[in-house]
Design a protein around this ligand. Structure first.
Ligand SMILES: NC(=O)c1ccc[n+]([C@@H]2O[C@H](COP(=O)([O-])OP(=O)(O)OC[C@H]3O[C@@H](n4cnc5c(N)ncnc54)[C@H](OP(=O)(O)O)[C@@H]3O)[C@@H](O)[C@H]2O)c1
Length: 292
């Protein structure tokens, strides 16, 4: 039984904490910004109620065996305050966030050897601070190394599909290709069905191709036809599906614009690769967020 602290019990963090704590599997503590009496998760396997230990101030924390961070990417600095105590004895820290800069985000706070980037595929949303709807299987992918294998072992016997890959870089960039195109729906405030439009379909592919070009320059490898595949995934999704960046904009919440699109522009500049579609999306969405 491992002592596990999960920082950020939101949609992803709540699902992961609930499954890890199931039937006393591990000693799970959640680190939250406000008190939580229980986590109620509607899972594909049925309702799951978890009552982990809850801390609401970093000063209450002590060293654990593993830390899992599941805040939004823009909340890394706040999450890092918890790490000073939780990871003080060298515990590995798994970063369950979107984007490709898991290490860079936490590099100012911890030695590189403690950071464990995770590619997260866990369709879930909060309906209120303690109720979460898990809409599909939670999948976590980590680099095939000692920490990666240890993280996978924590999920043994749970329905969370944790696995290792020899090439995490390509896995996170592939996910970024999918996520980056979600900005189109956030800009037009229309669900997935809008992508049946020919011009929007062409725009999506152009955005994904920019992401692939920058990803390749960073060392990622992609299968042929990925842009078309992502377009078809969107066109075959339920027509009323709303991606998280659109949901965040609609609700007036902060958006992960930098982690999902800004990064493509920044790294594109570094490699001399033009990224005009992503650049325009970032500028427009940032201006809309400022002006709301
Ligand atoms: N949801 C999905 O379907 C999904 C799928 C794949 C990947 N992801 C990625 O997973 C990451 C997490 O997303 P999410 O949807 O789970 O976000 P979320 O529902 O907004 O949850 C984030 C949680 O972090 C908490 N938090 C923020 N700062 C904190 C701090 N300083 N200390 C403690 N807790 C803190 C928030 O607390 P409050 O309750 O106070 O706001 C919230 O509980 C993102 O990078 C996202 O892109 C999400």
């Amino acid at each position: 039984m491992a002592r596990i602290a999960l920082v950020g019990p939101g949609a992803v963090g709540g699902v992961i904490a609930a499954w890890l704590g199931q039937a006393g599997r591990h000693q799970v503590t959640v680190c939250a910004r406000r008190p939580i009496d229980a986590l109620h998760v509607e899972t594909p396997q049925g309702p799951l109620v978890a009552r982990p230990a809850v801390l609401t101030a970093p000063e209450q924390a002590g060293p654990v065996d593993w830390v899992l961070v599941a805040t939004k990417a823009y909340d890394a600095a706040g999450a890092a305050v918890w790490l000073q105590r939780l990871a003080a004895r060298g515990a590995p820290v798994a970063i369950l966030q979107n984007g490709v800069e898991h290490r860079e985000r936490f590099a100012p706070y911890l030695p590189a050897g403690q950071l464990v980037p995770v590619m997260v595929d866990c369709p879930a949303e909060r309906t209120d601070p303690t109720h979460i709807r898990q809409r599909g299987t939670a999948k976590l992918v980590v680099q095939d190394d000692a920490h990666g294998r240890e993280l996978v072992a924590l999920f043994a016997g749970t329905p969370v599909e944790a696995s290792v890959t020899p090439d995490l870089k390509s896995a996170v960039w592939r996910k970024l290709c999918l996520n980056s195109s979600g900005v189109i729906n956030a800009l037009i405030l229309q669900p997935t069905a809008a992508l049946h439009d020919e011009q929007l379909g062409d725009l999506l592919k152009a955005m994904v191709e920019e992401c692939m070009a920058v990803g390749r320059a960073e060392g990622a490898v992609f299968e042929a036809g990925l842009a078309e595949k992502i377009l078809q995934m969107n066109r075959h999704a339920p027509p009323d599906s709303v991606n998280s960046i659109q949901a965040d904009r609609s609700a007036g919440r902060p958006m992960e614009i930098d982690a999902r699109n800004g990064v493509i522009v920044r790294l594109g500049r570094k490699h001399g690769i033009p990224t005009p579609h992503n650049q325009m999306a970032v500028a427009l969405l940032a201006a809309m967020a400022r002006g709301k």
